[in-house]
Design a protein around this ligand. Structure first.
Ligand SMILES: Cc1cc2nc3c(=O)[nH]c(=O)nc-3n(C[C@H](O)[C@H](O)[C@H](O)COP(=O)(O)OP(=O)(O)OC[C@H]3O[C@@H](n4cnc5c(N)ncnc54)[C@H](O)[C@@H]3O)c2cc1C
Length: 489
């Protein structure tokens, strides 16, 4: 098989990469290790009702996300449902029993913060300014600049790459509740404020503060749209397939690999939209400098989740809403392995099933894999009483918390499925971490050109977690491979 480009991994970053290259007239093969494409975007069904796993809401509509979808020819298939009403975007701090409700839009976010924290107006102004300023000083977050500026300018470091969010927050306020409300985006990228670079926090948070939306049809809307475009652009797709070994290498260039289905594939470029540890296991040992290997070994995984998927038995339609439930105002404690304090994202919405509309609820509580490890080697966990009991107790505790912030749903939540961190390990191999690696100040991620010259790394661990960051990593590598004005090709 002869291709211009081989893309490995069919999550949102691999799909975006394949489309960008094919749109520019290149012949692309997309391979996926699992039996279906989509990665975190995949949904599953219980009793015919679809549930999202790794995609629930995003910022970026009317901005960067809409721009990228337009370039990929997917925009008309992806319909946002905005969370405009303040009651639909809330943060709850359990230890102080305080609820914060936020309307959509950066200005409204700022005004509401000042209403809740009237003595902190100066700190709030400073934070809003830096968030805005970092977005403005990040040329790769603007597709016009991405297609016109020099690569050197696009990827230039800024001062805020080298200070943590926590350092910055401590410099503007000592109010820990305000710090928690600002830092709440940590639940969407999985790194504690003490280690995440301020720049990365702001890049991830700014879109969500401008506008937060769910998507009709969830992750499937993206996958179906991709499939339509892949047909139009003649992208070949192989599932249950990964790279097994290298068959043609000339120094620092690899031009052919054998795939796990026995076929040999030659190419000009290979783009790896997978976890950095999997990337490194594909590259020949002697091609990767020891320092790079050591950096990758040091990567810490972001947290995983315990999650429940349910219906809400009410006569009226529930709103499309998000509540972040934090045990306390210390996100560094909440996002640290071994801590008993945790956070939960509670999402409600409506799914269309045949001619019916069904109220659904998904809740995700952050958890590091340790707690479920003892069942790792149990062959049939579904029949293991102690594992089932663990899941039942965990789900019941979550329901109590959910009913605290949604008293109107008390007694009406019908759980259809629960999943532990072990489920996530199987669903999101190799580690089940929700957001890939934890991004840390001073730690270089594996992104862009790799030590093998025609190999590139993209995906959530490469740039910024979340679908926006994962797609953006593909656009940056697209700019590198296709040159200026690549978006109009
Ligand atoms: C529970 C959960 C909730 C989330 N909620 C949100 C949210 O609401 N909003 C948001 O923006 N983000 C959310 N995220 C994060 C978001 O889903 C991810 O950041 C993003 O989808 C990652 O995309 P990706 O392409 O980098 O990787 P993935 O989606 O992980 O895709 C990688 C793909 O590569 C495949 N693969 C692995 N190894 C190989 C190999 N060797 N060869 C071939 N294929 C391979 C995998 O099977 C997988 O299909 C959530 C994540 C989780 C887990």
């Amino acid at each position: 098989m002869k291709y211009d480009d081989l893309v490995a991994g069919s999550g949102i970053s691999g799909m975006a990469m394949a489309l960008l290259l094919a749109k520019a007239g290149r012949k692309v093969l997309l391979i996926e290790k699992q039996s279906a494409i989509g990665g975190c975007m995949r949904r599953f069904k219980r009793k015919g009702i679809p549930f999202d796993t790794g995609f629930h809401f995003t910022g970026g509509f009317g901005g960067l996300l809409s721009d990228m979808l337009r370039v990929l020819g997917m925009e008309k298939d992806i319909c946002p449902e905005f969370l405009n009403d303040p009651k639909t975007n809330r943060i709850f701090l359990e230890n102080s029993n305080s609820m914060y409700e936020f309307p959509s839009g950066s200005d409204a976010f700022g005004k509401t913060l000042k209403k809740y924290f009237p003595d902190e107006c100066e700190a709030i102004n400073k934070y809003l300014h830096i968030e805005d300023d970092i977005e403005r000083r990040t040329p790769f977050m603007d597709l016009n600049k991405l297609s016109s500026e020099d690569l050197f300018v696009l990827m230039q470091q800024i001062d805020e790459d080298s200070i943590s969010l926590q350092e910055y927050l401590d410099s503007i306020t000592s109010n820990t509740k305000l710090q928690a409300v600002i830092g709440n985006a940590a639940l969407c990228y999985g790194s504690p404020p003490a280690v995440i670079p301020l720049s990365m926090h702001c890049r991830a948070a700014v879109g969500m503060h401008k506008s937060l939306a769910r998507v009709t049809g969830g992750g499937d809307a993206f996958i179906n749209s991709f499939k339509r475009r892949a047909m139009e652009l003649n992208i070949d797709i192989m599932t249950n397939t990964e790279i097994s070994d290298i068959v043609q290498r000339d120094g620092k260039t690899i031009s052919a690999v054998r795939l796990s289905n026995g076929k040999t594939c030659s190419f000009e470029n290979c783009i790896l939209a997978i976890h950095p540890r999997e990337i490194i296991s594909i590259l020949p040992e002697d091609a990767v400098p020891e320092s790079t290997r050591q950096t990758i070994e040091k990567y810490e995984e972001s947290f995983s989740f315990f999650s429940l998927f349910a219906t809400i038995q009410t006569a009226c339609q529930v709103p499309c809403a998000l509540t972040s439930y934090l045990a306390n105002d210390n996100l560094n404690e909440i996002i640290s392995p071994g801590s008993d304090a945790c956070a939960m994202a509670i999402l409600t919405g409506v799914e269309v099933v045949g001619n019916d509309k069904v109220n659904v609820l998904c809740a995700f509580e952050n958890e590091f894999p340790g707690k479920a490890r003892r069942w790792q080697n149990v062959v049939c966990r579904e029949n293991d009483d102690s594992y089932q009991q663990y899941k039942k107790c965990h789900a019941e505790a979550m329901i109590k918390k959910i009913e605290k912030v949604y008293p109107e749903y008390a007694g009406k939540i019908n759980i259809l499925s629960t999943s532990s961190t072990l489920t996530f390990e199987e669903y999101l191999p190799p580690f089940g971490s929700a957001y890939g690696i934890m991004h840390k100040v001073g730690e270089q991620s594996l992104f862009g050109r790799l030590p093998v010259r025609n190999f590139y790394a993209i995906g959530q661990s490469a740039l910024i977690p979340g679908i926006l960051g994962a797609m953006l990593s593909s656009f940056i590598v697209g700019r590198y491979l296709l040159g200026r004005n690549f978006i109009s090709l």
